[in-house]
Design a protein around this ligand. Structure first.
Ligand code: ADE
Ligand code: SF4
Length: 341
């Protein structure tokens, strides 16, 4: 895999020195000011951010001023930037920093609420000159084209981080990281990159092999997994029988009606053993989606002849207070409707 060693690194830095945009946060070394800019720049374009950044820095010039400000006041200075979670996290982070002190390394910044790998790398390298790499969407694209890596999704992300760590220009990490982002933002654009203006053209695998338009690979849709479960809702008198979900399973520690993976067969010796003797009636199908799983659940209730000691028996009222997975709540609702309760 080609690296950016030797003269090519110099070429990128020379290009950056000559072509970089004059942005207000590039005229300061103040970590707080750079922090604010990096948070604002996430999911918002540079041109939009500039006036917001000025107004913010005028009103909250230091991390102490921000930390002691009222949340509503702070939010009003974010008004129009969108993704207000970023603003709340910035305020949380400021309060953390006032209490614990301003970190000076990427690892230190990672401890601050709301700061992830990217932001930690950006502040540490740009404000402190730490040799910390970073990858954002721009760097990911530059990496994929430069090296011809056809990976997608997390595989691409991981490879880009490894590459960024290996190729970091350690003498000037802040300029280096910004140069890569700048190249992605202004030259190696998503559509119709200006390869003829690119300082890395000579060694760019995508350019040399006519694959610029194929890279980076399109994100792949995660395959959805279809699952079928059978659930029995045991009833004895006025009580419902539940069991606790075992450690290591999804929803561990929560409570559920006995459930097995099934092939659509409603009867199951395994469930019969847990629930004990009784009369089973099929109720219907419950569907539930979680992450990339689609679960279809065949639901029955069982009028039990006795209270199986493998279950915890609770009243309708107690059920409401038990932590239960969302699909189990749906199942309960369906059964109660069927019973006319
Ligand atoms: N995008 C976000 N932060 C940036 C920076 N410091 N330089 C270039 N592009 C960026
Ligand atoms: Fe991107 Fe083109 Fe430069 Fe390759 S040559 S890094 S595709 S701008």
């Amino acid at each position: 895999m080609p690296s950016l060693s030797g003269d090519d690194g110099g070429a990128l830095l020379r290009w950056f020195g000559a072509s970089k945009r004059d942005l207000p946060w590039r005229r300061t070394q103040d970590p707080y000011a750079i922090w604010v800019s990096e948070i604002m720049l996430q999911q918002t374009q540079v041109a939009t951010v500039i006036p917001y950044w000025w107004r913010w820095m005028e009103r909250f010039p230091t991390v102490d001023v921000l930390a002691s400000a009222d949340e509503q006041d702070v939010l009003s200075f974010w008004q129009g930037l969108g993704y207000y979670r970023r603003c709340r996290l910035l305020l949380d982070g400021a309060r953390w920093v006032v209490e614990h002190g301003m970190p000076t390394t990427a690892e230190g910044w990672l401890q601050v609420p709301g700061i992830g790998k990217y932001t930690a790398g950006a502040i540490a390298s740009i404000a402190y000159g730490c040799p910390a790499p970073l990858v954002d969407g721009n760097v990911e694209r530059v990496y994929a084209r430069l090296t011809g890596d056809g990976a997608a999704n997390n595989e691409l992300k991981d490879a880009a981080w490894r590459w960024a760590g290996k190729n970091l220009f350690r003498e000037r990490p802040g300029d280096w990281n910004q140069a890569l982002m700048e190249l992605g933002a202004t030259v190696c654009k998503p559509i119709a990159p200006d390869c003829k203006q690119c300082p890395l053209m000579q060694q760019c695998v995508a350019f040399q092999s006519w694959r610029v338009n194929e890279l980076p690979a399109k994100p792949k849709k995660v395959q959805t997994v279809q699952l079928r479960h059978t659930v029995w809702v045991p009833i004895f008198g006025e009580r419902f029988g539940l069991r606790q979900i075992e450690p290591g399973q999804w929803w561990e520690g929560m409570w559920e009606f006995p459930r097995i993976l099934s092939d659509g067969n409603l009867d199951s010796p395994e469930l019969r053993e847990i629930v004990g003797p009784g009369w089973r009636e099929s109720v219907g199908l419950v569907r539930h989606s979680v992450t990339h799983h689609r679960i279809a659940i065949d639901v029955s209730f069982v009028r039990c002849e006795s209270a199986s000691d493998r279950l915890r028996w609770v009243s309708r009222h107690e059920l409401d207070a038990l932590p239960m997975p969302a699909p189990q709540r749906k199942i309960l609702k369906l059964v109660l409707a069927q019973l006319g309760v």
